[in-house]
Design a protein around this ligand. Structure first.
Ligand code: HEC
Length: 182
């Protein structure tokens, strides 16, 4: 076998390898493409899963105040007092406390809305009417401006349910005769 023939053989071997690897690479690309398609399918499935929690959320909204009411049973007034620090810029909590930017809050649970002597409430709050029962306090303190659009209380609300429950049992304790828990 001369050198020329050897070269020819090596040439064929290389060509064969090229075909094999080329084909594999092509397969990989093809599979990759196929995989991407699968990915798209998966993304679609995720979308479907996504819409499920959304439905859950609206469910949750409906039962939210009930959930917080349940939390009230085990809520902690001492932690609530810490949450209430946020309110102290505008409210007093002690018996006989004065009105500040906001009305005095001693005895707030079950008191009628907008009835602290000498405090001028917004028309929105006066128009709302009713009493500060647990539902009203939960609704208002979670999102004041959503619960009473037009309120002059510039406070964004207590978003954390546990903190809100703690705060409300603290407010409940500010009374000569604390209201019953729900
Ligand atoms: C930036 C000042 C400010 C902060 C902070 C604030 N409030 Fe108020 N609050 C007000 C004002 C002003 C009003 C009167 C709202 C109106 O008339 O629309 C009010 C009204 C209220 C009322 C209704 C009282 C009534 O007699 O009807 C409650 C209850 C209340 N606030 C609770 C709280 C609690 C609890 C916090 C803390 C988590 C808090 N507020 C934080 C300013 C504030």
């Amino acid at each position: 076998m001369d050198a020329f023939e050897l070269n020819k053989i090596i040439g064929w071997v290389l060509a064969a390898l090229l075909v094999i690897f080329g084909a594999r690479t092509f397969m990989d690309i093809y599979n990759g493409g196929h995989g991407d398609n699968k990915g798209e399918k998966a993304a679609y499935i995720i979308e479907v899963e996504d819409s499920a929690p959304k439905a859950d959320k609206s469910e949750k909204k409906k039962v939210e105040s009930v959930d917080i009411k349940t939390l009230l049973a085990s809520a902690n007034a001492e932690s609530g007092e810490k949450v209430a620090k946020k309110c102290k810029a505008c409210h007093t909590f002690e018996k006989g406390g004065k009105n500040k930017a906001g009305p005095a809050l001693y005895g707030i649970v079950n008191r009628n809305l907008g009835t602290v002597e000498g405090y001028s409430y917004s028309d929105a709050l006066k128009a709302k009417g009713g009493a500060w029962d647990y539902d009203a306090l939960i609704g208002f303190l979670k999102a004041p401006k959503t619960y009473i659009p037009g309120t002059i209380m510039s406070f964004s609300g207590v978003r954390n349910d546990q903190k809100l429950a703690d705060l409300i049992v603290y407010l409940r304790s500010l009374s000569d005769n604390p209201a019953e828990l729900p």
